[in-house]
Design a protein around this ligand. Structure first.
Ligand code: NAD
Ligand code: DAU
Length: 359
């Protein structure tokens, strides 16, 4: 049974002056920080980020001089770091996570540490500081698993299929448990595949754009016909902002871009936009347990008043142009640990077997 709003005392709707953004030095988190400072002139933003391989203070350069922004380096899994920051916040938006499916196949443990245990530490800090702050868990459409036909609704069963998505489902269910058990003001968003500037070049769009700029192969998994629903990063952040302010406690909200495309289509479009040959596409062995298709019914978040603003092709063109114009940002990332990971993930793939699936 859902609790009615009326059953909850006023702290739930207390005004926000300080938002704690965990994972705010990553791709979507840093956009949310920029978005919040630009759209809420009276809010202060504190970022807590461990600065893993995916965290990057360059992503926050545009706001680094703002008097309303403060950065703290630390781990969401460390209670002594987390508790004073949570105590000083009116709202917490948790982006902090290990986020790459391929890495979760190589090292599931780090995903459980951050995406499950870390969420628990954050929630526990909210509880221990009196449940004053509202908490938004940034989750993912991958918690539902794969769908061949139709679209997932929020009431559908969670059937995650990778260590990444299973750990995200664990974190989200823990947040739900803190709503049910301790009456904390918890909401979650289940976003679809997000793209835009400042995305670490391991995910398909920034990886393929930056490889193509260097005339390197684009390693397309399997038959290239897996479908993802693409969402521009600014649209993802406006939905999170709306759910944070207007979402009903204890509820999850799907957030999809409405742009379902095959990986092959996305790859060919990137090559066309860059004027690069199709011969750069390199079919490689499929991702184990590769989800075939994601699709979301977003009626619930639309009822709150959200709709995506950006046209997919225009936003993809702008994104490709951004990577072409900002080599200073991504070139330094494609070194060291990145090259080790690249070799581990791509070096062992049985390209010969995949040749038969060439699109
Ligand atoms: P990202 O990998 O770019 O950034 C993750 C950030 O979290 C990094 O700054 C990293 O340093 C930080 N972090 C990792 N472990 C931490 C820890 N233990 N303590 C503190 N900080 C830590 O990720 P992203 O793509 O921006 O995704 C952000 C969130 O959105 C994640 O929760 C992800 O599951 C979710 N999400 C992402 C997408 C997508 O397509 N990228 C779609 C839906 C949902
Ligand atoms: O759906 C939301 C999720 O989207 C987020 O929760 C994750 O954090 C985010 O990483 C993303 O997961 P995906 O696995 O869908 O994203 P990725 O960019 O890794 O892959 C997108 C598709 O492209 C997928 O079908 C696999 C394929 N792919 C990916 C890579 C990296 C390739 O064909 N080749 C590649 O080299």
């Amino acid at each position: 049974m859902r609790l009615s709003r009326r059953a909850h005392p006023s702290p739930w709707r207390r005004a926000i002056t300080t938002i704690l953004v965990t994972g705010g030095a990553g791709f979507i988190g840093s956009e949310f920080v920029r978005y919040t400072l630009a759209n809420h002139a009276d809010y202060d933003v504190v970022v807590l980020d461990k600065l893993t391989y995916a965290g990057n203070l360059d992503n926050l350069r545009p706001v680094s001089e703002s008097p309303r922004y403060r950065f703290v380096q630390g781990d969401i899994g460390e209670a002594t770091t987390v508790e004073p920051l949570v105590d000083g916040a009116d709202a917490i938006v948790n982006f902090a996570a290990e986020t790459h499916v391929d890495r979760s196949l190589l090292d599931p443990g780090s995903f459980i540490n951050t995406d499950v245990y870390g969420v628990h530490v954050l929630l526990e800090a909210v509880r221990r500081t009196g449940g004053k702050a509202r908490f938004l868990q940034v989750s993912t459409d991958e918690v539902y698993g794969s769908i061949e036909q139709g679209s997932f609704q929020e009431s559908d069963r969670l059937q995650p299929r990778s260590p990444y998505s299973a750990s995200k489902a664990g974190g989200e269910l823990m947040a739900q448990a803190y709503f049910e058990t301790y009456r904390l003001h918890v909401v979650s968003t289940r976003g679809s595949n997000t793209f835009g500037p400042y995305q670490y070049p391991e995910k398909i769009i920034p990886l393929f754009v930056t490889n193509a700029l260097d005339n390197l192969p684009l390693p397309l998994y399997g038959d290239g016909l897996n479908v993802r629903d693409w969402l521009y990063v600014g649209d993802h952040c406006s939905a999170i902002d709306l759910v944070l302010h207007e979402g009903r406690a204890g509820e999850a909200y799907n957030v999809g871009g409405g742009n379902e495309r095959t990986n092959l289509y996305v790859t060919e479009t990137i090559l066309q936009l860059l004027g690069k040959p199709r011969s750069l596409i390199k079919p490689v062995a499929d991702r184990p347990g590769h989800d075939r298709r994601y699709s979301l019914d977003c009626a619930k978040v639309r009822r709150l008043g959200w709709q995506p603003q950006r046209d997919f092709l225009a936003a993809l063109r702008e994104t490709v142009d951004w990577y072409a114009a900002n080599e200073w940002w991504w070139r330094q990332l494609k070194s060291g640990e990145y090259l080790d990971y690249y070799k581990q993930n791509y070096g062992q793939r049985d390209t010969a077997a995949a040749e038969s699936a060439r699109p």
